[in-house]
Design a protein. Structure first.
Length: 148
């Protein structure tokens, strides 16, 4: 029985996270600002909708960021995985709150003055790092210089 468990543990996928210091061009700074802004915007819209339903004691809706792309076309300019990850993070925050209300409070709005970051996914090698050239490739953006 233990051998089966150990064998299955060997074939688990490995998740990796990296932090890089990058030196973006002016156009890339604008792209990152748009991405951060859209992530905050989607978080705010989805959070407002969920909190209103929670206060009315209705069922909490399961929205997707794709719903907002028709109404707000500037969402098409940023990485869609960043917006999808906002949805997943918000749903996790609500689940954590309902599982353990003493430890986890209701999610709050994200502020522009707080740390700006977003999460994206590596699909079909869309994120690449070239240490020799000092380049980092991200979805929907050209290369950004980094300090590898």
């Amino acid at each position: 029985m233990n051998l089966v468990y150990l064998r299955s543990m060997r074939h688990k996928p490995t998740l990796k996270a990296y932090k890089y210091r990058i030196y973006p061009t002016d156009a890339q700074v604008v792209f990152f600002a748009k991405t951060f802004g859209c992530c905050r915007f989607v978080w705010k819209k989805m959070l407002d909708k969920k909190l209103q339903a929670y206060k009315k004691k209705e069922r909490i809706p399961q929205d997707t960021p794709a719903k907002y792309k028709d109404e707000f076309p500037f969402h098409k300019e940023v990485d869609s995985f960043a917006l999808c990850n906002v949805q997943l993070q918000l749903e996790k925050a609500f689940k954590d709150h309902f599982r353990n209300r003493k430890q986890f409070k209701l999610p709050k709005l994200k502020k522009k003055r707080d740390k700006q970051s977003y999460t994206t996914n590596n699909v079909n090698n869309s994120i690449r790092v070239y240490f020799e050239k000092g380049l980092l490739y991200l979805p929907k953006i050209r290369e950004a210089s980094n300090s590898c």
